[in-house]
Design a protein. Structure first.
Length: 325
């Protein structure tokens, strides 16, 4: 039996492929390679497919049956908040239509386990403090709303007996599981900062007047290695989960501000950063930090790595990213 990883050539997906393959699992990959890179999937059997395209269900179903897939981790999605504000219709097509295709193929192939990559963006702008899974959901941008729609889809599919589902609400994922598996994109805070540092350019801090300790946004940063461990725990949980559906935050339970991250980068690299204050960006909440009680109690998972380990691993992996630019 095999595990399918959609978006397996992307940043998080490639780390998952490597981890599962190293652990001796049979792993197969579906990716359209619009942002991912074939070199990152290793020897895993791979289907090049745009899941959001009309007609994708048939080839995906055949691939699931051919490789005797019994579990799916659905990473494939677009995830830029600013881009989603500019192209909302495209984001719904990419993120929602692709999930529908995966659910239909899982149904047709008889695959019972699905771990869905959701996001803390479903919470929207929340009061200070930790966010638990029962909090009212009010996404502040189209990207977050596509993830909320995805959660509703998986819940309804689970209730209909199509699949058993664990929705994992990622907080801010960063770092690298190996020196050749860093984040190749520059649309997350840490990679943006490292890119500016490498170029000798100033780093923009979008908003320094938030109601936070230093005025900059506060986020919960989780190492990609810890995130993959959470997926493995969720897959195991779905073998025996009688409920058939659950949702878990994946974070550390503690926050770091944008300025904290900048200071950590300076400390790890030994190089000073030029900082430039900029206006707030539309759709950015002030503080989003995970309450991780449920995932700890239900799955036995807790993050092991902190901000320094995240920055250190990302910096070690930085030279390899030029191969994927």
């Amino acid at each position: 039996m095999a595990i399918l990883i959609t978006g397996g050539a992307g940043y998080i997906g490639a780390n998952a492929v490597r981890r599962l393959s190293t652990a001796g699992e049979d792993v197969v990959v579906v990716d359209d390679f619009s942002t991912g890179h074939e070199s990152r999937v290793g020897r895993a059997p791979t289907l090049r497919l745009d899941l959001s395209a009309t007609g994708s269900v048939g080839p995906l179903t055949q691939f699931l049956v051919e490789h005797r897939v019994d579990g799916i981790i659905h990473f494939a999605a677009k995830k830029s908040v600013p881009e989603s504000m500019e192209r909302p219709l495209w984001y719904y097509r990419q993120n929602v239509d692709s999930l529908i295709a995966v659910l239909e193929a899982a149904r047709d192939a008889g695959v019972q386990r699905l771990v869905f990559s959701s996001s803390a963006a479903v919470y929207g702008d929340v009061p200070a403090g930790r966010v638990d899974e029962d909090r009212h959901l009010d996404p502040a941008n189209p990207y977050g709303r596509t993830k909320l729609v995805g959660e509703l889809l998986t819940r309804d599919a689970a209730r209909a007996g199509v699949v058993r589902v664990a929705n994992l609400r990622y907080f801010n994922v960063a770092g690298a599981g190996a020196d050749d598996l860093g984040d190749p994109q520059t649309n997350n805070l840490l990679t943006i900062v490292l890119d500016r540092l490498s170029r000798g350019e100033p780093v923009d801090v979008f908003g320094t007047d938030y109601d936070t300790p230093d005025g900059s946004c506060v986020r919960d940063f989780v190492h990609v290695d810890d995130l993959i461990d959470a997926h493995l725990a969720a897959l195991d949980h779905l073998r025996t989960d009688d409920r058939g559906y659950d949702t878990f935050n994946v974070g550390t339970g503690s926050g770091a501000s944008v300025l904290d991250v900048l200071r950590a980068v300076e400390d790890v690299t030994g190089r000073p950063l030029a900082v430039r204050q900029a206006p707030r960006r539309p759709g950015d909440p002030a503080t989003v930090v995970a309450d991780v009680t449920r995932i700890r109690q239900t799955l036995g998972w807790s993050a092991r790595l902190g901000l320094r380990e995240i920055v250190e691993s990302a910096w070690r992996a930085w030279p390899a990213r030029s191969k994927h630019d």
